[in-house]
Ligand binder design. Sequence first.
Ligand SMILES: [Fe+2]
Ligand SMILES: [Fe+2]
Length: 160
Amino acid sequence: MKKNVLDVICQTHTEGKEKALFAREFLEKVGEADVSLKIDEMLEFFYSHIPVHFLLEEMMMSELMKAPGLTKDDKLLMGRIADEHELIKKNFERIKEMAEKIKKGNTSLKEPLINLVQETLEALLDHAEVEDNLLFPLANSKLEDKQLEIIKGNIDGIVK
Ligand SMILES: [Fe+2]
Ligand SMILES: [Fe+2]
């Protein structure tokens, strides 16, 4: 039996959320000491998992935007979600740059780096909550079978 394409996307969403929760806990424990050494490892998901997950959601939303019976608020919600993806991705870039500079000896950036990572994790978790409460229920209720097939075709090759 074919897996429902929304379940596949939702699974990458749940994995991202779990990793963000883990990273938040880790940061609380580790403090500043070794953060520059461990941060790349810990944030690997920022650089790999999350951008792919965002792309899947955006592919889902580009079909969802065409679904019949959407309200103005539904469309605003999707616009907000796409904006948040951009903001979070910009933070990833800044985190990467700061981590590189710390590795090269700029230790004064350790505290700002931790603050930015914490801020980004909070933003990511708040974002995920909005998707849990509003976006996925909307996708479930509005996407037609035909559209699910299109999404499946578009994301094939990105996830199995
Ligand atoms: Fe998500
Ligand atoms: Fe998202």
